[in-house]
Design a protein around this ligand. Structure first.
Ligand code: BGC
Length: 758
């Protein structure tokens, strides 16, 4: 519906009607106004499938919902590094929403994995903002291609479950801009999600739901979001403040309390009715768009979607270790050990919990692959709900494993170890799983571990396994996808979207997670994930970007279209990648940039481009990346903007963040050198770095140096004097120049330096 028509409808609304639309009718739907033809629309979870509740509603995934395809959760989807794949998943999930007359599917969830302990990491994508942004953008494109809106969440800095509705995240702007906001920014700018869900927590003192800087200045004005901001379920604190800040819709309903508050605020003059009207304009735009896209006849094919879920799951799994035992030979006796093989842990707990259309059983699926040639046995080994070991189950598993040629061990995290609502306490596996592994090891040395978990675990037992497959929470077709990989029908191609630390203590947020009282300080700043492990030279268990294949790849011929660029230029980087093994496979080629000699603290390397490439055995392809402006920039806190620093850039192409195969150094010239305005507290060194200031600095240096009476420029004294002069603020120059540099002359110089061109 066009804007003029929407405005006309708003002009016919009473104040009570207007305020009523600012919150939900019930748990999942918005209010209608029949006399004006305004429909009610439905929004439901999300993200990796549909959770539509038909009866009792809740936002923690407890009550029943209609059957829908459960795709792999976010952590796995991101590990595919496959834009097309996540878009396909989005399309299918969107189609299922459409078939259920749902207008907004609440997801993707893109919060950065600040700590491996966050209970909801299984739903989130990555520790890296670029990867998270690319995947989020394509997830949204897929969903919205179906005429169903996405809701990117949780905006912003919702990186823990502890006190998520109360905690105040204290974080500097550079860290927000470089780490916590870019995934939202990319998605908003490049895929325009119909809705953005604001987070429960406070951000620098203000609830996100009423943070004007976040919702209006950044989201709407800077990034150009055209849709609406919906609160996370129950995230509204002060409804009127929320409206002023740019929050259009409070979910779920509030029993009319806040509708009344809005009416009163307008009547008393505390809230300008124009603010309400402009919120309604956005809200009605989305509402009518949603209604126009409804299609009562829409259906989906559950079998087809299940098959797709299997293909997707196969692309999300990461092979962490393999001495050649995988793919399995498929003959002899294979023992399948671990209750997850029969009752898989294929999704996480909380609002994303889906009622699947069906669930694969790994024992059956592996049986279908190997049944003819191999003998399969099975033992549960543990109770999948409990962390305590069961001696009898372990004993039986040990016997079954000992009688086989190889044991495939299905272990991981149990539901009570990670979920929405609470954070993890440690990164260990449950004792029932480690005890099982230790016992099986006594009877069987050919062990393949298949892990089901949504976040990193420590692996002191790694030496006991000949292969480890990280299968994540692989969705309802997890069992089939595991069979595909174990048999070699699918060549694993996932790469970690987050660092697996050796020890919990190594992770960057360790000392400040989950904060104290109602506040958490993000003291590690921009050094999140591999940025931290690189900067401190800490060896991770498995680095960001890591993942093995059944084949091998060779990188060559890294080239750039120029060796020296300006911040306005576009740089083309190309390289060749060849499949040097004997089977077809996919490689995720990763491009990182580093800034040697930077005057600002910057990560050793940052992911700026990637591509997943399929190669037949022996095949070679050229991969071309295009980089521009933002890829080279950092957030300049003084300038409050993005800036490129004149200097060198290291271009690093690799198979992981710790497996850089090719590098090239180029130079870059900035058009915006001076970050800060000059004043009397600027230093002589800062003056010297400015093209105009340099000549004055030389004069000042010379005069001051002479005044100390030292003639030998190579002496230690000269070194010290030179350093002291460089650190001196300009106000001291005035005072120490014996009248040669008058306050007026200094003001004039500062004015000259601060003059902006154009
Ligand atoms: C979650 C959201 C979810 C909403 C509705 C909240 O508890 O944080 O991600 O979309 O509930 O279920």
């Amino acid at each position: 519906m066009d804007k003029a028509k929407i405005r006309e409808i708003i002009s016919r609304m009473t104040l009570e009607e207007k305020s009523s639309l600012c919150s939900g009718k019930d748990f999942w739907t918005t209010k209608e106004i029949a006399r004006l033809g305004i429909p009610s629309i439905m929004m439901t979870d999300g993200p990796h499938g549909l959770r539509k509740q038909s009866a009792a509603a809740d936002h923690v995934g407890l009550n029943a919902s209609v059957p829908a395809t459960c795709f792999p959760s976010g952590v796995g989807l991101a590990a595919s590094w496959d834009r097309e794949l996540i878009e396909r998943m989005g399309r299918s999930a969107g189609a299922e929403a459409k078939a259920e007359q749902v207008s907004v599917l609440l997801g993707p969830a893109v919060n950065i994995k600040r700590s491996p302990l966050c209970g909801r990491n299984f739903e989130y994508l990555s520790e890296d903002p670029f990867l998270a942004g690319e995947m989020a953008k394509h997830h949204i494109k897929g969903v919205q291609s179906q005429g169903v809106g996405a809701s990117i969440k949780h905006f912003a800095a919702n990186n823990q479950e502890k006190s998520r509705m109360l905690t105040d995240v204290v974080v500097d702007e550079r860290t927000l801009r470089e780490i916590y906001l870019p995934a939202f920014e990319t998605a908003v700018k490049e895929s325009q999600p119909w809705t953005v869900m604001c987070a429960y927590n406070k951000l620098n003192g203000l609830y996100c739901s009423q943070n004007r800087w976040l919702l209006t200045e950044v989201l709407k004005e800077e990034w150009g979001h055209e849709g609406i901001v919906v609160t996370d379920w129950g995230a509204c604190d002060d409804r009127v403040e929320g409206l002023r800040a740019g929050q259009e819709l409070e979910m779920p309903g509030n029993g009319g309390i806040n509708d009344k508050a809005i009416v009163e605020a307008v009547r008393s003059g505390a809230l300008d009715e124009a603010i309400l009207d402009s919120a309604l304009e956005r809200l009605l735009n989305v509402t009518f768009m949603a209604a126009e896209n409804l299609s009562p006849a829409a259906r989906f094919d559950a079998d087809l979607h299940h098959a797709e879920a299997r293909r997707i799951a196969g692309e999300c799994m990461v092979l962490l270790k393999n001495d050649g035992i995988l793919p399995l030979a498929g003959s002899g006796k294979i023992a399948l050990i671990g209750a997850f093989a029969r009752s898989p842990r294929y999704q996480g707990g909380g609002s994303s919990h889906i009622a699947p259309t069906c669930v694969d059983d790994a024992v059956e699926e592996i049986g279908k692959k190997f049944g003819g040639a191999a003998i399969l046995t099975y033992a549960p080994g543990y109770d999948p709900r409990m962390p305590e070991p069961d001696a009898a189950l372990i004993e039986e598993a040990k016997r079954v494993a000992g009688e086989a040629d190889v044991a495939v061990l299905f272990i991981g995290l149990i539901d009570r170890y990670e979920s929405e609502g609470f954070d993890r306490q440690h990164i260990r596996l449950p004792e029932s799983h480690t005890a099982l592994l230790a016992a099986v090891r006594e009877a069987q040395k050919n062990i393949v571990v298949v892990l089901s978990n949504g976040s990193p675990v420590e692996m002191p037992w790694l030496g006991d396994a000949r292969a480890v497959l990280e299968s994540y929470l692989g969705g309802q077709a997890w069992g089939g996808a595991v069979a595909d990989i174990l048999s070699g029908d699918v060549n694993p191609s996932g790469k970690l979207a987050e660092t697996f630390p050796l020890r919990l203590e190594d992770n960057p947020s360790y000392l400040d997670f989950p904060g104290q009282g109602r506040r958490v300080h993000y003291r590690e700043g921009i050094f999140v994930g591999y940025r931290h492990y690189d900067a401190l030279a800490i060896e991770p268990l498995f680095p960001f970007g890591f993942g093995l294949s059944y084949t091998s790849f060779e990188y060559s011929g890294l080239e750039t279209d120029r060796d020296s660029i300006s911040d306005a230029d576009t740089l083309k980087v190309s390289l060749r990648v060849r499949n040097t093994g004997s089977v077809p496979g996919k490689e995720v080629v990763q491009l990182y940039l580093g800034h040697p000699g930077s005057s600002i603290a910057r990560p050793v390397k940052e992911l700026k481009a990637f591509e997943k490439v399929f190669l037949q055995s022996g095949e070679e392809k050229t991969v071309v990346f295009t980089l521009s402006g933002r890829a080279f920039a950092f957030w300049d806190s003084d300038l409050r903007g993005w800036r490129v620093e004149t200097g060198k850039i290291d271009i690093m192409a690799g198979a992981s963040s710790r497996d850089i195969r090719l590098t090239k150094r180029i130079s870059i010239a900035s058009s915006k050198e001076s970050a800060r305005d000059f004043d009397l507290n600027s230093s002589v060194a800062e003056l010297a770095a400015h093209p105009v200031g340099a000549q004055f600095a030389a004069g000042i240096r010379g005069a001051l140096f002479a005044s100390f009476g030292h003639s030998d420029p190579d002496s230690v004294e000269a070194l010290m004097i030179g350093a002291m002069v460089d650190e001196m603020p300009l106000r001291n120059i005035v005072r120490m120049s014996g009248g040669r540099f008058s306050p007026e002359k200094m003001d004039e110089l500062i004015g000259l330096l601060n003059r902006k061109e154009g």
